[in-house]
Design a protein around this ligand. Sequence first.
Ligand SMILES: C[S@@+](CC[C@H](N)C(=O)[O-])C[C@H]1O[C@@H](n2cnc3c(N)ncnc32)[C@H](O)[C@@H]1O
Length: 279
Amino acid sequence: MPRGRARSQTIRLSRRRDTGFGRCALPMGAKVGYGRSVSDHPAESHRKAHARTLFAGLPAAYDGAGAALSFGQDPRWRRAMVATLDLTPGARVLDVAAGTGLVTAALRARYDCEVVALDQSPEMLARATARFADDPRVRTVLGEAERLPFADGEFDGLTFTYLLRYVDDVPATLGELFRVVRPGGRIASLEFGVPSGPVWRAGWRALTRTVLPLGGRAISRDWGEVGRFLGPNIEEFARAWPPDRLARAWISAGMARVVVRPMSIGAGVVMSGARSSAR
Ligand SMILES: C[S@@+](CC[C@H](N)C(=O)[O-])C[C@H]1O[C@@H](n2cnc3c(N)ncnc32)[C@H](O)[C@@H]1O
């Protein structure tokens, strides 16, 4: 995640055209390697249990530490993601994996909108609840992305940030997220990525294996674990779900006009689109 000017490139996908942004060796929406079906395994998986434990210890330092560990980049990435929603006044938006509410805050700063902020961590969500205590247009809800407590098409827009590395079944979760957005409604996500050029990738790997663990440890024991976990976890996800494969999964789950925008040489990835009217 080096500082400096982002070399961003926008990749547009349609149902018919391949992007050339890497190759998809598997059929659209195929489930391999990265996880098992939620419905097949009602008991909580190791991945889910780890996410709950991990975030329980992070809220106090989250806002500052998250920005520091991304070398100051992720507030900018969040703003870029929020900008893609292009909401009209009065829109109702669901912010999934809201955490302490940083995306919700960016949504409220940019748009005249109502936001429902949902997260599965009571500890993270408590921060968001406190942050928006005086804002009647934000409601916080404890819940899971895999089982949203909302009706079909209830929202005009939806965001999800740093979520998919923590779920067992990526295509099923995308289907559930998109279900609650009305046809034509906008959806945007932000995830960490791995820079694509060999030189940048080597630099990124060196940073994530040295600076992140050391920087995290300097903040607290819990952040030390995050620092050690993050680099290998981002790489595992990027191998299983490179941006072009993820974009195809979005399209399979009912999205149109999907745009992938690498941020900071690919260390962040903003993905956006509109829910198609024909499903
Ligand atoms: C890295 S934080 C991101 C928080 C915030 N969106 C941001 O941009 O800073 C990831 C959040 O995802 C939440 N999370 C992980 N898996 C989830 C799931 N299946 N359903 C809902 N929230 C989940 C965690 O509790 C955590 O608060």
